[in-house]
Design a protein around this ligand. Structure first.
Ligand code: HEC
Length: 230
């Protein structure tokens, strides 16, 4: 029907010999035009009148909040919602001891007395002495001081087990214990812990233990235990 209305009607003017036809607008154009009007009204109602939609700034802020929450959850680690607790189950502690004996003894000592790595039996911690601190340290390692990230080697569960086992060594006073390093007590300000907790950008070093023994003795090992001042 729209088609029938199309008729060529010459308009009554002439520009340098060019004349203009007064045709009806094509239906596809008209419908598109009506659609944009309806869209505009709906848009205005949704975003500006009823306020049911988020404007750019709000949308941005919401997304940033969600991302922050995610980053925090990741930093607190271990994806699960359950807080990281010290395991007390015999089986877990035995498994933790096994992990310790296999991987940690060369640097932290058979009885946790320390060596290349710090003493695990005193109350002093460089990177914090709560279970979450220990698991975090084990997870990301302290590559610049010679401890690799154990993430490629140990599962999350194993890290929790070995950290729980280490905490059972508190106060055991083994012979030849290494002098205290770090701060007494539990949680420390983790900002000085070589970056923030969410810092995953640290390189994962997988250099073998003996290499570190050598290089650590040569390098600034006397700095060990000092707190960076920043
Ligand atoms: C190659 C030697 C080496 C091995 C192997 C090693 N560590 Fe370490 N570890 C270190 C050093 C060195 C430090 C001290 C880092 C520093 O001075 O900041 C350390 C620190 C730690 C800390 C933090 C101590 C504190 O005072 O805050 C924990 C926890 C820890 N190691 C656990 C482990 C566990 C668990 C294993 C075995 C899975 C292990 N380490 C194996 C060298 C090692």
């Amino acid at each position: 029907m729209a088609k029938q209305k199309v008729k060529d009607e010459l308009l009554n003017h002439d520009y340098d010999g060019i004349q203009e036809l007064d045709n009806d607008l094509p239906p596809w154009w008209l419908y598109l035009f009506y659609f944009t009007i309806i869209f505009g009204v709906v848009y205005m109602l949704h975003y500006h009148v009823l306020g049911t939609g988020d404007l750019q700034v709000e949308a941005y802020e919401k997304e940033m909040k969600a991302a922050e929450a995610q980053a925090l959850a990741r930093a607190q680690g271990q994806q699960s919602a359950a807080p990281l607790v010290q395991l007390t189950d015999e089986g877990d502690l035995a498994a933790g001891k096994e992990v310790y004996m296999v991987n940690c003894v060369p640097c932290h000592g058979q009885l946790g007395e320390g060596g290349v790595g710090p003493n695990m039996t005193d109350e002093y911690w460089i990177h914090g002495g709560e279970i979450a601190d220990l698991v975090h340290t084990i997870n990301v390692g302290v590559p610049e001081k010679g401890m690799i990230s154990w993430a490629p080697i140990l599962s999350k569960k194993q890290m929790q087990q070995v950290a729980s086992y280490i905490l059972t060594l508190q106060g055991t006073n083994p012979p030849n214990a290494k002098e205290p390093q770090g701060k007494k007590g539990g949680r420390i300000n983790t900002i000085i812990d070589h970056g923030t907790r969410s810092d995953r950008s640290r390189p994962i070093t997988t250099t073998p233990c003996h290499f570190w023994h050598v290089s650590l003795r040569k390098a600034s090992w006397s700095e060990h235990g000092k707190f960076p001042s920043h």
